[in-house]
Design a binder for this molecule. Structure first.
Ligand code: ADP
Ligand code: MG
Length: 394
C-alpha cells in the first residue's frame, strides 16, 4: 500500500528525519492560507498523488507569493496528473502540500528496499539524486552505493557513517546523515514498510540535510497490525476495479485487452496470460479467486470481471487442488444465469472432481465452451471473440 508524500514526511519526521515545514490544503484558498501561515518568501506547491515524477509533469512549482500559491494550486485541484510512472489516465489531485522552499546546494538519493537475494533490508544511495533511480542506474551507475543491514544488529552507527563518507559528506552533515539513515531504517522496520525513498535528500547552502521528497510503501499483509498506517489508505489513488475486488477478498489485476480471466493461483494466471498472448489474444484482466472458491465467490468473480467494459469473452481456468471442480462449475452456471451473460465463456477445469465438474458444464444447456488443456482454452477464447468489425457495429 502506498501513501502520500506528506504522510511519509510526517512519519519519517517522527522518527527523526529532517523535513521542511509545510501544510496540507484541500482547496486553492487553503493553499494560499497555508503559505501565509508558514511565512517566509518562497514556497513549493506539490500535487499529492501516489506517483513520483510529479516535478517533470508540472505537479510541483516554486512560488514567490501566497497569491501565486493560490493560483497554481487552482490549476492542480481536480486535475488528472499524468507522470512517467502513471498510466495514460494519470492520478487525480485532491490534496496539495505547501512547504517552505529550500535553497538546494546538492541533491542526494536515498532508498531502502528489501533485497530478496540477501533476505535483508538494503540501502541504495547516491550523491547524484533528484532523478529517478532507474535513470540514475543508467546515467551514473558508479554513483550508486549499496549496503545491507543485519536484522539482528540493526543499522549500526559505524555502518551509517561509512555510507555518509562514501557519499562525500563532511563535518556536521555526517552526523545528520547517520541520524537520517537510522531513522529511516527504524521506520521501515517498525512499520512493516517495503520501501522508503527520499529523493531528493538535499544539502542546503547552509550545509544542512533536508528530505524534500519522501515515498513509503507498506506490506499489505501486515496492515492488520499497523492500524495507523492502514488508515492512511487513499482510494482515490487506486484502480477502482482492483480495490473493489480486494474488498471481496479477490485479487484482481487490470490490463488493456478484451479477454477477461478467472483463474486460481498467481502461477496459473501467469501461464494463462502467456498462452493467450501465444494464441494471438490480449487479456483484459485476471482475477485470482484463490482456493476454496464457493459458487457465490465464482458469481462475484464474474461480476468483477464484467465490470470492465472492454471484456468480450471470459476464460475460466481452474486447477482444483483445495478447490473442487464441481463447485466451480456450479458457480459458473449460477453466474451465467444470475448475471445474464451475453458474451462467450470458455471453461477449462482440471484436478479434484473434474469429471463431475465437466458434467455440470456439459449438461447445463448453456452455450459454455469446454476445453481440456490450457492451450485449447486460450485458442478457444481468442477464436470466440467477436470480429472487430462486428464488435464496433454492435
Ligand atoms: P517528484 O519526485 O514527484 O518529481 P519531488 O518532491 O522530488 O517530486 O520534487 C521535484 C523537484 O522539486 C525536486 O527534485 C526538487 O528539486 C524540487 N523541490 C521539491 N521540494 C522542494 C522544496 N521544498 N524546496 C525547493 N525545491 C524543492
Ligand atoms: Mg522526488
Amino acid at each position: 500500500m502506498d501513501i502520500h508524500e506528506y504522510q511519509a514526511k510526517e512519519i519519517l519526521a517522527r522518527f527523526g528525519v529532517p523535513v521542511p515545514r509545510g501544510g496540507l490544503a484541500y482547496s486553492p484558498e487553503q493553499a494560499g492560507y497555508r503559505a501565509r501561515e508558514l511565512g517566509g518568501s518562497a514556497w513549493v506547491v506539490k500535487a499529492q498523488i501516489h506517483s513520483g515524477g510529479r516535478g517533470a509533469a508540472g505537479g510541483v512549482k516554486l512560488c514567490k507569493t501566497p497569491d501565486e500559491v493560490h493560483a497554481f494550486a487552482a490549476t492542480l485541484f481536480g486535475k488528472q496528473l499524468v507522470t512517467k510512472q502513471t498510466d495514460a489516465n494519470g492520478k487525480g489531485v485532491y490534496r496539495v502540500w505547501v512547504e517552505g522552499a529550500s535553497d538546494i546546494a546538492q541533491e542526494l538519493y536515498l532508498g531502502f528496499v528489501l533485497d530478496r537475494k540477501s533476505e535483508r533490508i538494503m540501502i541504495v544511495a547516491s550523491a547524484h539524486g533528484g532523478m529517478e533511480i532507474e535513470d540514475l542506474a543508467d546515467s551514473d551507475p558508479n554513483s550508486l552505493r549499496r549496503m545491507t543491514i543485519d536484522p539482528a544488529v540493526g543499522l549500526s552507527e559505524f555502518q551509517a557513517r561509512e555510507l555518509a563518507f562514501q557519499l562525500g559528506l563532511q563535518g556536521g552533515q555526517v552526523a545528520q546523515m547517520v541520524t537520517t539513515l537510522r531513522a529511516c531504517y527504524r521506520a521501515y522496520r517498525d512499520l512493516d514498510a517495503v520501501m522508503v525513498e527520499i529523493n531528493p535528500l538535499v544539502i542546503t547552502h547552509s550545509g544542512d540535510l533536508v528530505a524534500l521528497d519522501a515515498k513509503m510503501s507498506f506490506d499489505t499483509n501486515a496492515l492488520f497490525r499497523q492500524s495507523q498506517i492502514a488508515e492512511l489508505r487513499d482510494r482515490s489513488q487506486e484502480d477502482p476495479r482492483e480495490s473493489t475486488a480486494g474488498d471481496h477478498g479477490l485479487s484482481y489485476v487490470g490490463l488493456d485487452g478484451d479477454i477477461g480471466c478467472i483463474i486460481n493461483g498467481a502461477g496459473l494466471a501467469m501461464a494463462t496470460m502467456d498462452m493467450i498472448k501465444l494464441a494471438g489474444g490480449e487479456p483484459a484482466n485476471f482475477l485470482d479467486i484463490g482456493g476454496g472458491a464457493s459458487p457465490e465467490r465464482v458469481v462475484r468473480a464474474f461480476r468483477t470481471v464484467l465490470a470492465d467494459g472492454n471484456v468480450s469473452v471470459i476464460l475460466v481456468n481452474i486447477f482444483a487442488g483445495i478447490n473442487r471442480c464441481d463447485w466451480v462449475a456450479q458457480g459458473v452456471v449460477q453466474a451465467y444465469k444470475e448475471v445474464g451473460l451475453t458474451i462467450p465463456v470458455v471453461v477449462r477445469l482440471a484436478g479434484t472432481n473434474v469429471e463431475e465438474g465437466k458434467a455440470i458444464i456439459d449438461s447445463s444447456g448453456l452455450p459454455l465452451i469446454s476445453a481440456d488443456t490450457l492451450a485449447e482454452a486460450a485458442a478457444a477464447a481468442v477464436a470466440s471473440r467477436p470480429k472487430p468489425a462486428t464488435h464496433k457495429a454492435a
